[in-house]
Design a protein around this ligand. Structure first.
Ligand code: NAD
Ligand code: TYD
Length: 329
């Protein structure tokens, strides 16, 4: 297939591009704005055409589509909940304006479209798991703008018969994740002997999905999903944040006295959990259990200092100081 992958220089997008080119022989054009989270080096070993631009810029989208593609897969987003709390504006521009521009392009050209979305659109659940029919109840500017984008996609299916599907993943982890997110942040801090900042009591629960399983699920939806349908892609295991941090301590050889309970995130969702029966019926299933994926992820960060050293010595330090009120060691 010939694909336009928006946000392909980020964590999940680059894993997806690597899979599609390496395992499916797809030809891929990547359109990416290269925000702090977008890194061309994520794709340095993968053959692709790169277009530098924003999805909310119709001229950049038209340029990218000049290469002739059959489908658009949209990963491009502002993705960090804490940043959405301190500065929501960029989230609105990318999620809302950007998705609108891409949908218009798909409508004009009759392209297949897949929107990459998140379990956070359903909000928090104390027991049981969300299905695709569960009500949408987002609680942060991040999840609210992701929900807005999902609703716009659905409206383009119903109103203009755009051939679009939505894929909602649970918390992803694995190589090449920017260290503002829980798992890579804790791994790098543990390796450096820095404090491990746990929000509140640390008993919040997330449903962990290895990045390659998520990427494969998105490919499955691209090829086999129905127009207008939503597919949940949940990980095989749930864990509290404290449990995740303790496993990382064990894998890095750090000590528990590094754990520091810090002020909780405002509006913090307690638990996310997805039922994934619908995508399983399409033939997908998660292959990587949390223990195995976490071990591999820790090993990857240990071995790939070239990837994270420029991040930890750059703008990230200032972000960290603002977010945690203390300097990185
Ligand atoms: P990321 O932050 O690592 O990467 C986002 C990428 O999008 C970056 O390359 C960035 O430069 C690019 N981008 C941002 N704004 C853009 C714009 N306006 N135009 C073009 N490119 C832009 O994110 P990720 O973790 O890889 O997430 C990818 C997608 O998956 C997002 O849509 C996110 O909501 C969704 N998702 C993520 C998770 C998770 O746990 N990380 C879980 C479920 C769903
Ligand atoms: P995060 O990786 O930001 O993903 P999300 O908020 O999208 O689920 O956070 C995962 C969980 O870890 C969430 O409950 C917040 C918590 N957390 C901490 O306790 N400390 C931290 O420093 C970070 C970044 C997250």
């Amino acid at each position: 297939m010939r694909l336009l992958v928006c946000g392909g220089a980020g964590f999940i997008g680059s894993n997806f591009v690597r899979q599609r080119v390496g395992e499916h022989g797809d030809e891929v054009v990547v359109l990416d704005k290269l925000t702090y989270a977008g890194r061309p080096e994520n794709l340095r070993d993968v053959e692709h055409v790169f277009v530098h631009g924003a999805i909310e810029d119709p001229a950049a989208v038209a340029d990218a589509l000049e290469h002739g593609v059959e489908a658009v897969v949209n990963f491009a987003a502002e993705t960090h909940v804490d940043r959405s709390i301190s500065g929501p504006e960029a989230f609105l521009r990318t999620q809302m304006d950007g998705t609108y521009v891409l949908l218009e392009a798909a409508r004009e050209r009759g392209l297949r479209y897949v929107q990459v979305s998140t379990d956070e659109v359903y909000g928090s659940i104390e027991e049981g798991s969300f299905t695709e029919a569960s009500p949408l109840n987002p609680s942060s500017p991040y999840s609210a703008t992701k929900t807005g984008a999902d609703l716009l996609v659905t409206s383009y299916v119903h109103t203009y018969a755009v051939n679009a599907s939505i894929c909602r993943g649970s918390n992803a982890y694995g190589p090449r994740q920017y260290p503002e997110k829980l798992i890579p942040l804790m791994i790098l801090n543990a390796l450096h002997g820095d404090p491990l900042p746990v929000y509140g009591d640390g008993l919040q629960v997330r449903n962990w999905l290895y990045v390659e399983d998520f990427a494969r699920g998105i490919g499955h939806v691209l090829q086999h999903g129905q127009a207008g349908a939503v597919y949940n892609v949940g990980g095989p295991d749930e864990a509290t944040n404290l449990d995740v941090v303790r496993r990382i301590i064990a894998l890095t050889g750090a000590t528990e006295d590094l754990i520091e309970h810090v002020t909780d995130r405002p509006g913090h969702d307690r638990r996310y959990s997805l039922a994934s029966d619908k995508i399983r019926a399409l033939g997908w299933q998660a292959q990587v259990r949390f223990d195995q994926g976490l071990e591999h992820t820790v090993a990857w960060y240990r071995e790939n200092t070239w990837w994270w050293e420029p991040i930890r010595s750059g703008e990230y330090r200032a972000y960290y100081e603002r977010q945690y009120g203390r300097a990185l060691g």
